[in-house]
Write a protein that binds this ligand. Structure first.
Ligand code: NOJ
Length: 559
């Protein structure tokens, strides 16, 4: 299997610009703030910076509603600031990955403004319009952000499709003119010097040939749209066309966000000939703790068991070997904080469990992604009041489940929100223990996590045992040990059903690594009969007690 592509050896750091660093004290992070913090990112040791959308946007969905793909959102700065950021990232020998949001645009994009002018407008078919059926929405599809996927345009009497908010109309990939306008825009950014694209919900762009109602589970008003629109019949055709028109002409890295993609889908999207994308973000391990009641979706309080997690990650590791390339992630701007979700964020175990989870991920095969603050062991926000949350997904689902459908009590829903709201990831980056965690002098757009006096960059840089320094070591190991990139993944015999300890092996022709991870807060014993001659590569405890594993202990032996 070829593992020589630069992006296979890279580590990506994801920045959510709105929450990273505010340089002009308006409470909103910006490009200049990122420029001022590049030394910090470089010190961590990563290779690529992925920026969430920074394009002009009315901000209904924090930049995932783009009104001009070739302009910078004024809150974030100017195109000159962007150019400076790009140049400085390159000077520091790092690369930059842009977010590409082309399943939908904003309803304030010029294309949509023209399209909604009427049936005869030349941009009408840039979006997806349908006549009412029996005076109603064309189908019963439910949007990702609650309510119908259809909004009526009174002037023309037709509905337009939006899988997300009504301000995020879906682009019509059936239109060759629309597709080529997207490729032109991508080439414009690539010519500017950007090094890659993270493609938002890219496997939703090919809609079904025939629009039909989906099935509705008990308690739901609308049908789940995801199985209806994901991995559609023309998706590979579109991605191959995009690849020929854009990727082939530049040395880019591409990662597709692909909800509902199976390993078989991923083998096509991220095939090793790179005829489509380089890798995908799969969602399965992020959905293991979803509510058993489909009407509640991700909103629940179940924790993933270790056997579920191991079985799932092992399935992906094995299925993609020699066929496609994995991306590895615990966190992003849509997911709760990993230490709160899969580890233990109480003060006694936060650091050790954050390091254990990092070890699990960073020794697997694929390209690791680190989301801002993950390298500090930042935790969920734990806000008590709904008014502290700003994300439209959270606010809409509360309205839907508590007020409209009355499926969940307010107290239960607040607990679910504390566990799953996307705002858990979006609280401002914690730089130091000064006002607003050093993020801004002004009240930030979203409250800072109150634990910032204990958890922040300044404290962690000064402490050689911090989560930050542990991530730094993991990154160095990946850069220096080819087995982490190219080794075979294998479970250790008998570990498949262990509910407490996850142990796996990575092995190539010269090196064998054994990764041992205690997922519990208990001291337990596991004897794997490992050879006496072995080196401890990294561990989150200073002393090695052999077969005794302390709470959340992680250790990696080289054999
Ligand atoms: C996925 C993005 O990650 C999320 O933040 C956004 O709300 C939706 N796509 C819609 O663009």
């Amino acid at each position: 299997m070829t593992t020589n592509n630069w992006w296979q050896k890279s580590i990506v750091y994801q920045i959510y610009p709105k929450s990273f660093q505010d340089s002009n004290n308006d409470g909103i992070g910006d490009l200049r703030g990122i420029i001022n913090r590049l030394d910090y990112i470089k010190e961590l040791g990563v290779d690529i910076i992925w920026l969430n959308p920074i394009y002009r946007s009315p901000n209904v969905d924090n930049g995932y509603d783009i009104s001009d793909y070739q302009a910078i959102q004024p809150d974030f700065g100017s195109m000159a600031d962007f150019q400076e950021l790009l140049d400085k990232i390159h000077q520091k020998n790092m690369k930059i990955m842009m977010d590409l949001v082309v399943n939908h645009s904003s309803d304030e994009h010029e294309w949509f403004k023209a399209s909604r002018q009427g049936k005869n407008n030349s941009k009408r078919d840039f979006y997806i319009w349908r006549d009412p059926v029996d005076g109603h929405e064309p189908t019963n599809w439910g949007s990702y952000f609650s309510g119908s996927t259809w909004t009526l345009d009174k002037t023309s009497g037709q509905y337009y499709l939006h899988l997300f908010a009504k301000e995020q109309p879906d682009l019509n990939w059936e239109s060759p003119q629309m597709r080529h306008s997207v490729y032109d825009m991508m080439n414009w950014w690539a010519d500017k010097g950007v090094d890659g694209f993270r493609m938002d919900v890219i496997n939703l762009i090919s809609k079904p040939a025939k629009f039909q109602d989906g099935s509705v589970d008990l308690g739901e008003t609308y049908a789940d749209v995801e199985p209806i629109v994901s991995n559609g019949h023309k998706i590979h055709q579109y991605l191959q066309e995009m690849n020929k028109n854009v990727m082939k002409h530049h040395n880019l890295v591409t990662v597709g966000e692909t909800p509902a993609a199976s390993p078989d889908d991923a083998k096509k999207y991220a095939n090793l000939d790179s005829t489509e994308l380089n890798m995908v973000f799969q969602f399965e391990h992020m959905s293991l703790d979803a509510n058993k009641n489909p009407a509640l979706g991700k909103w629940g309080d179940r924790r993933t068991t270790l056997s579920e997690l191991r079985a799932n990650l092992t399935k992906w590791q094995l299925a993609l070997t020699n066929k496609a390339w994995n991306s590895l992630y615990w966190n992003n701007h849509d997911q709760p904080r990993v230490v709160s979700r899969f580890g233990n964020d109480c003060p006694e175990y936060r650091v050790v469990s954050a390091k254990m989870l990092a070890t699990m991920l960073h020794f697997m095969q694929g390209t690791p992604y680190i989301y801002q603050g993950e390298e500090l062991g930042m935790t969920n926000a734990n806000f008590d009041n709904l008014t502290d949350y700003k994300d439209l997904e959270t606010l809409n689902i509360y309205q839907q489940l508590v007020n409209d459908e009355q499926l969940v009590s307010s107290t239960t829903m607040m607990n679910y929100i504390k566990l799953h709201s996307r705002d858990n990831a979006r609280t401002p980056m914690q730089w130091d223990n000064s006002t607003n965690a050093g993020f801004s002098q002004q009240q930030p757009w979203l409250a800072v996590n109150p634990n910032y006096p204990e958890i922040n960059v300044k404290t962690e840089l000064a402490d050689e045992n911090s989560v930050f320094h542990y991530y730094q070591k993991l990154i160095k190991l990946r850069h220096t040990m080819p087995v982490i990139t190219d080794g075979r993944y294998q479970l250790i015999d008998g570990n498949e059903l262990d509910e407490d300890v996850f142990t796996y092996i990575r092995e190539n022709a010269d090196t064998k690594l054994v990764i041992i991870l205690n997922f519990t807060n208990q001291t337990i014993t596991r004897n794997y009969q490992l050879p006496i001659k072995k080196t401890l590569l990294i561990s989150n405890y200073t002393e090695d007690l052999g077969s005794t594993l302390r709470p959340y202990e992680a250790k990696v032996y080289k054999i």
